[in-house]
Design a binder for this molecule. Structure first.
Ligand code: GTP
Length: 598
């Protein structure tokens, strides 16, 4: 295809502003998705994504389109993931485009992710087309929201499009506007091959699937390619594009978007952000800013039965094939035995991986409470990073502990400013800025310890602002803090898997709350269970669960048999997720108790 007839674009939006619905309408309007294939959110392929209603992996689709003037065009719609955990993937998807539709919900206005995505688009020099969505709703306030976009982003909205992705109103105009305003790709066919990997995943039948955008040069089926960062070479075994189902092609030229298979076994050989070039004539200048993404949140994953260790390992290996941002290493816990320390981009990423493990691999898991990484400097001058609180050296060895901080922007209607400030102060935040985006909406900037927001920050923020706040954050580095290790002992035995690191000012209170919570989550046993929290050698809290004497079913004696059976079944259900530690049975929830302390 002549590059002049190609348009590569993304849709960017805050969560729930209607990105997927608009993509669906575009596919429908261009006749690409036949009625019988029609299903909501066509681009969200994985079941899990559909259930959660979020887009995790970038997907792309090639849309042939006949414009009003009768000319044929190719529109490549490159979908981007919507959550802050995946912002690097968003940025790479945008780098594969020349333009972006900025979808803003006309009943909601500019939110934190709207701005964050706009900045990523501007960083990539994209043409941004403002699109007001949901204008079918009676509560839509297009005039006010357009003004908000102009003020907050500085984007000219005089020609903003008004659409209802739900009814399809205004969607044809969106397509014509893409043709008019998004520049065609500018690559040179004669230059050495340079293609950007903006997504890759593992397919059990084909190996690694690579999605790419060609900037310069061209690609032929069967040709030898080189990955710029590793210099590893592969031979293309299949070249293709999504139309929207995979379709094989022999050749792709500059500006085109496609996929390839090349017998790549390991996802780390085809990392998002890397440059593909030709083995025979490699480019000298790769795409800038290729980075290996670092996990920020860690937790232990243990099989509930020791015999499940190998199956769990296999499952983790398979999952990693599909997610280069997820990593794991073997670890041993005195309390839990053999398991794995796993690293994630953020909490959402962690939840998704855990869910996939249980769903796709039927693994029975004990997960420990998540933790961030800490930088420890010892008195003999060594500095290293730990991703498990139990690795913290003895107190007298430690010179300094530093923890990761984030810079966070929170968008909120002004009546909730007070509650947000209170929350951020409680989370040890340092206020950096506060400005009015409009007379009624405020952007508050804080620097906060990452550990404080990993847990329940987002839920708390939503609840103190009745759902009206949105946020976005980036990690800014490690800063020293007065941190201590909080240990849990059960019947005198330290439970290493329950250790956490806390700020000294909060550790005492936290220890007491945690012990109490554990008392409530650990069921009574046939013997007395003593739960203690300790900071160093000092016990700061002690709780006791009295021994249980009676059989659970005893109280139904003589009663209804189905009720008795139900009770027994319930007991069995609970047991499945228990972990025997010494002779105490501890349910999965207990390991997560640290997550839900007030
Ligand atoms: P993420 O993929 O989670 O980022 O969300 P999204 O931006 O793709 O939003 P999605 O398309 O899932 O839409 C969110 C909700 O808004 C859904 O319930 C849609 O049915 C609804 N919605 C989308 N567009 C419109 C619209 O034009 N009018 C109305 N009334 N509802 C809409």
């Amino acid at each position: 295809t002549d590059p002049k007839r190609i348009r590569n674009f993304s849709i960017i939006a805050h969560i729930d502003h209607g990105k997927s619905t608009l993509a669906d309408r575009i596919l429908e309007l261009t006749g690409l998705v036949a009625d019988r294939d029609k299903r909501d959110q066509y681009l969200d392929r994985m079941d899990l994504e559909r259930e959660r209603g979020i887009t995790i992996k970038a997907q792309t689709v090639r849309i042939p389109f006949t414009a009003a003037d009768g000319q044929e065009y190719i529109l490549n719609l490159i979908d981007t993931p919507g959550h802050v955990d995946f912002s690097y993937e968003v940025s790479r998807s945008l780098a594969a485009c020349e333009g972006a539709l900025l979808v803003v919900d006309a009943t909601q206005g500019v939110e934190a992710q709207t701005l964050a995505n706009v900045f990523l688009a501007l960083d990539n020099d994209l043409e941004i087309i403002p699109v007001l969505n949901k204008i079918d709703l009676p509560s839509a306030e297009p005039e006010r929201i357009l003004q908000e976009i102009e003020e907050a982003i500085g984007l000219d909205c005089s020609e903003a499009l008004m659409v209802s992705a739900k009814t399809g109103d205004g969607v044809p105009e969106v397509l014509e506007r893409i043709l008019r305003d998004v520049p065609p790709p500018a690559g040179a066919k004669e230059a050495p091959l340079k293609a950007l990997i903006f997504d890759s995943w593992y397919d059990p039948y084909q190996g690694v699937v690579v999605l790419f955008r060609i900037l310069d040069g061209f690609m032929n089926d069967g040709q030898r390619i080189q990955m710029f960062s590793s210099k590893k070479e592969f031979e293309i075994t299949q070249l293709g594009m999504f139309a929207p189902e995979p379709q094989r092609v022999n050749y792709l030229g500059p500006g085109e978007v496609g996929f390839l298979f090349a017998s790549i076994k390991d996802l780390t050989d085809a990392r998002v952000g890397d440059t593909i070039t030709a083995a025979s004539n490699p480019t000298a200048t790769p795409f800038p800013d290729f980075k290996k993404i670092q996990p920020m949140v860690f937790c232990g994953l243990y099989p509930s039965e020791p015999s499940q260790y190998e199956p769990l390992k296999k499952s983790l290996e398979r999952l990693q094939l599909n997610d280069a941002a997820f990593n794991f290493d073997p670890e041993t816990s005195q309390a839990l035995g053999f398991g794995f320390r796993c690293g994630f981009l953020g909490l959402l990423h962690m939840e998704i991986i855990q869910e996939r493990l249980e769903r796709e691999f039927q693994a029975q898991l004990i997960a420990t409470a998540p933790s961030v990484a800490y930088q420890v400097t010892t008195i003999d001058g060594a500095t290293f990073t730990i991703d498990n609180p139990s690795e913290l050296p003895a107190r007298e060895q430690i010179e300094e502990i530093a923890e990761p901080y984030v810079r966070m922007e929170i968008h909120v209607p002004n009546e909730y400013v007070g509650s947000v400030l209170t929350l951020c102060e409680e989370k040890r935040g340092i206020q950096k800025d506060m400005r009015y985006m409009t007379s009624s909406r405020v952007i508050i900037t804080y620097e906060l310890p990452f550990a404080e927001i990993v847990f329940d920050f987002f839920d708390r923020l939503k609840s103190v602002t009745r759902g009206f706040a949105s946020m976005d954050y980036e990690v800014i580095g490690f800063f020293p803090a007065d941190l201590v290790k909080l240990d849990i002992l059960i019947n005198g035995e330290p439970m290493d898997a329950m250790s956490t690191i806390a700020h000294r000012d909060k550790a005492y209170h936290r220890g007491r709350a945690l012990a109490l919570k554990l008392k409530r989550t650990i069921p009574r046993q046939l013997f007395e269970v003593i739960i203690q929290a300790a900071i160093g050698n000092k016990i700061v809290a002690k709780e006791r669960n009295a021994p249980l004497r009676k059989n659970v079913t005893a109280k139904c004696y003589g009663g209804d048999i189905t009720r008795k059976r139900k009770l027994l079944e319930k007991q069995k259900e609970g047991k499945r997720r228990m972990k025997q530690m010494g002779n105490v049975e501890i349910p999965q929830e207990a390991f997560m108790a640290a997550l839900s302390l007030d």
